[in-house]
Design a protein around this ligand. Structure first.
Ligand SMILES: Nc1nc2c(ncn2[C@@H]2O[C@H](COP(=O)(O)OP(=O)(O)OP(=O)(O)O)[C@@H](O)[C@H]2O)c(=O)[nH]1
Ligand SMILES: [Mg+2]
Length: 239
């Protein structure tokens, strides 16, 4: 495999219904812009055959599959993916097609042209949005954003779709509580404020089941508290 310019890390658990489509859409979107990618699937031994479905795709597409022995949550899977990425630029996205792969070349361009070190696929800037969210989900999402305003100027701080130059990891202690690795990078990454929000429309998952619940909400609140203490100790970071 030629050295990739971009590694796309996808944590998976029971995503066999989505895996083929997400890989095809990522590859098509990037091929068009002649960007060499590596798609790194980090699967927690899903019982539904996600690993086998991803390995099958690896014969025809630049796919690597890393299998972890048991389910530990998307956060640790994403960190493993980042650690194993071969490219200098890394993107993290979900497998359930909520994050449009067609945004990838545009996000990559912002980094390649030196305009950003971290790009957030954002639902909360002009041109971005969410489809079909019921009112209480909108309310919780709004509440979560209000809690985090002190931490970062980024509007979509719970974004699960983000891309960064690995340089921002140098000397940064990336250790999120839960799955919000993007938020951890916004606050602790060495990006010197070079963060751009690229608008995306978040699409509801069509196949497979959501794995998010109260445990994740609880972890998110703990994570916000930990980052608040971090911010108090490092008030000038990325200013
Ligand atoms: N490796 C790994 N991946 C996971 C785990 N739990 C969830 N994921 C993956 O993490 C990504 C996000 O999970 P989702 O269930 O879509 O969470 P969500 O987007 O907050 O919730 P929905 O909007 O309801 O889909 C998906 O690609 C999941 O397959 C896990 O325990 N291990
Ligand atoms: Mg999802």
């Amino acid at each position: 495999m030629k050295k990739p310019e971009l590694t796309v890390v996808i944590p998976t658990y029971n995503e066999s219904k989505n895996i083929e489509t997400i890989i095809l859409r990522i590859h098509d979107a990037l091929k068009h812009f002649k960007i060499n990618e590596e798609i790194l699937i980090v699967d927690d031994s899903s019982p539904d055959g996600t690993t086998a479905a991803a390995q099958k795709m690896a014969t025809d597409y630049p796919v690597r599959v890393y299998v972890r022995p048991q389910r530990v949550g998307p956060g640790p899977a994403i960190l493993d993916g980042i650690r194993l990425a071969n490219a200098a630029v890394v993107c993290v996205m979900d497998a359930d097609l909520s994050h449009p792969p067609e945004a990838l070349p545009h996000m990559y361009e912002l980094i390649a042209e030196g305009k950003a070190l971290l790009v957030v696929g954002s639902r909360h800037v002009s041109g971005g949005g969410t489809s079909k969210w019921i009112w209480y989900r909108k309310f919780f999402s709004w509440g979560a954003r209000q809690l985090g305003k002190f931490l970062t100027p980024v509007h979509d701080l719970t974004a699960g779709y983000f891309m960064f130059d690995k340089k921002i990891l140098a000397g940064a202690e990336i250790n999120p509580i839960g799955c919000k690795v993007g938020l951890e990078l916004m606050v602790k990454g060495n990006h010197q404020g070079k963060v751009v929000e690229y608008p995306i429309v978040f699409v509801e998952r069509a196949a497979g089941e959501s794995k998010m619940g109260w445990r994740e909400t609880h972890q998110y609140i703990q994570h916000l508290l930990a980052l608040t203490f971090y911010k108090i100790r490092h008030p000038f970071k990325n200013r």
